[in-house]
Write a protein that binds this ligand. Sequence first.
Ligand SMILES: NC(=O)C1=CN([C@@H]2O[C@H](COP(=O)(O)OP(=O)(O)OC[C@H]3O[C@@H](n4cnc5c(N)ncnc54)[C@H](O)[C@@H]3O)[C@@H](O)[C@H]2O)C=CC1
Ligand SMILES: CC(=O)C(=O)O
Length: 314
Amino acid sequence: MLEKGKGTRIVVIGTGFVGSSYAYALLNQEVVDELVLLDLNKEKAEGDAMDLNHGMPFGAPMKIWAGSYDDCKDADIVVITAGANQAPGETRLDLIEKNAKIFHTIVGAVMSSGFDGIFVIATNPVDILSYATWKFSGLPKERVIGSGTILDTARFRFLLGQHFKVDSRNVHAYIMGEHGDTELPIWSHADIAGKPILSYSQIDMKELDDIFMKVRDAAYHIIERKGATYYGIAMGLVRLTKAILRNENSVLTISTLLEGEYGLNDVYIGVPAVINRQGVREIIDLELNDEEHEKLHHSATVLQQASKPVNDLT
Ligand SMILES: NC(=O)C1=CN([C@@H]2O[C@H](COP(=O)(O)OP(=O)(O)OC[C@H]3O[C@@H](n4cnc5c(N)ncnc54)[C@H](O)[C@@H]3O)[C@@H](O)[C@H]2O)C=CC1
Ligand SMILES: CC(=O)C(=O)O
């Protein structure tokens, strides 16, 4: 797998707000040699390919085209951003019926091409659809990665950075669990340059709770204002893509299959993990306090109960 003696190739399936923003960020950050765009709306994918190609003289050379499932055969990564997004007031879990069926078709078509790379999933509900992709594809769990809480963790670090007036890149703090309403902040392992956030003398737990609620509800607030969220996740997906293609061994909070870690089994859920060219190298099994442990287990139960439409298709 992945040793093709040629340039790197990514196929993006679903070139809506998220997929096209990701494509644009990939072009700007010079990450990959070949980018294939695929959408049910073929003209949209073609238009995006034309538009992105016209930016090429201002960036680094790469090949971009609107393709077909045959192009997945030689892809290193297939990124799925296809499917319905949330209407105002809708939860991510509300999308499961529609998007599970779409994934059954898409993953089947990708695997029929002879694809043998890594899947990255962003479509919501992302934890359940990552689990679905793992089930439908038959690939090893290491090679099916959900974006999980990568975006929530970024939102958390951004807001904590603002609160403490520190560069968010120096804030180390994770959101774990469902990418959704039952996610949780891991305050017991949140620090700024090694100093635990809970040890700051001016700490006000009410203010920290407010920060977490802003993180958890960020998508609702953005969707109310502009109908969808896409720039943040696009940047997160590029970060994850780089960690894979450049074999970075980076720690990112992604959705992966738990098999005993955190006392959980048979569920895809957001946890910190080491990411490299093989996909998920290792899950970081943090020691959580009792409250965090209980909330993570609650989140996992909610995801497992909501997975019925996937189980019905397998
Ligand atoms: N994981 C995360 O952190 C985030 C996830 N999302 C999720 O990403 C997904 C996409 O959101 P948007 O781009 O805003 O939606 P969108 O509606 O703009 O784009 C979806 C695209 O999927 C295409 N599509 C639908 N069925 C298809 C199929 N069978 N094959 C190929 N293409 C197909 C549509 O034609 C459309 O272009 C949603 O589920 C949304 O909730 C959005 C933001 C953050
Ligand atoms: C839409 C979504 O999942 C988000 O922005 O977090």
